[in-house]
Design a protein around this ligand. Structure first.
Ligand code: CIR
Length: 262
């Protein structure tokens, strides 16, 4: 059997990170040099987990550009360039779409649709999409039209009190989700085994599964213990400066299979 070949597309931290968008997190000073070191360590971990890390240069006029997850969705059959809900982030899209065009046909989402990739959780052929302040009803409908010919269904999901759906729920293995029940109704994901975050670790539901490994912030020891107890292969990392920008671990990469591509 051939090993899966994965690309992790990332972008270096913007010099302007301190001017990032913030919605549910209070603004505190961000040490950009430290954020860059944390981002390098994140890239090194993805490489150690077998990803071919492709780094795009920082966009110093786009504070949030390190959070590449929000500007594209990558499927086996094609990719979609999103239209982010925050206007300040729309300039991030073209260069990511251009990079992805090496491996996938890239389809646009047309105005007035808005959609952030952080709102899209793919579970098999179903795309759960957070109805957040960034992803509009038009955006969700436009996504549904784009992916229907490829056999994907779209399920809109109400959110309360968080930025994106993937702030509230992520997949940590083939059959298990990590969920913050205060922000999303766990019953939405009936049929999945669900681990609820520890009560005093509100922001702990964002984990990045790569194969059987789980990349996870080191800031949530009690939830990490729950993941360990479930037998998961957890790799923790310090992303504290990126968390101050309301990001975590899924948002800093687009990870996709390139086994069939040269
Ligand atoms: C924003 O508000 O757009 C950024 N400061 C954070 C984006 C984080 N993205 C993500 O979790 N998918």
């Amino acid at each position: 059997m051939n090993a899966v070949r994965r690309v992790a597309l990332v972008r270096d931290v913007s010099a302007a990170l301190e001017r990032c968008q913030l919605t549910h997190v209070e603004r505190t000073a961000i040490d950009v040099a430290r954020a860059r070191r944390q981002h390098h360590a994140y890239c090194d971990l993805l490489a150690a987990l077998g990803c071919d890390v492709v780094r795009l240069p920082a966009l110093d006029l786009s504070p949030d550009a390190v959070f590449v997850e929000d500007v594209a969705l990558v499927f086996d059959e094609m990719a979609i360039a999103t239209r982010p809900g925050a206007e300040s982030r729309r300039g991030e899209v073209a260069s990511v779409a251009q990079a992805l065009a090496r491996w996938r046909d890239v389809l646009p989402l047309d105005p007035p649709a808005t959609l952030d990739g952080g709102d899209v959780l793919r579970l098999g052929r179903t795309l759960y999409v957070g109805r957040s302040s960034r992803s509009s009803a038009d955006g969700i409908a436009a996504l549904a039209r784009r992916v229907a010919p490829f056999g994907y269904d779209v399920v809109p999901v109400p959110l309360h009190g968080c930025l994106h759906l993937k702030s509230a729920v992520t997949r940590v293995s083939d059959d298990t989700l990590l969920v913050q029940p205060a922000w999303v109704d766990p019953a939405t994901f009936d049929g999945w085994h669900r681990i609820a975050v520890a009560e005093d670790e509100a922001h702990a539901a964002n984990a990045l599964a790569i194969g059987t490994a789980v990349v996870y912030p080191d800031a949530f020891p009690r939830t990490r213990a729950l993941l360990d107890a479930h037998g998961l292969d957890v790799h923790t990392i310090d992303v504290s400066e990126l968390q101050k920008a309301e990001g975590a671990v899924t948002c800093c990469s687009l990870v996709f299979d390139v086994s069939g591509w040269s």
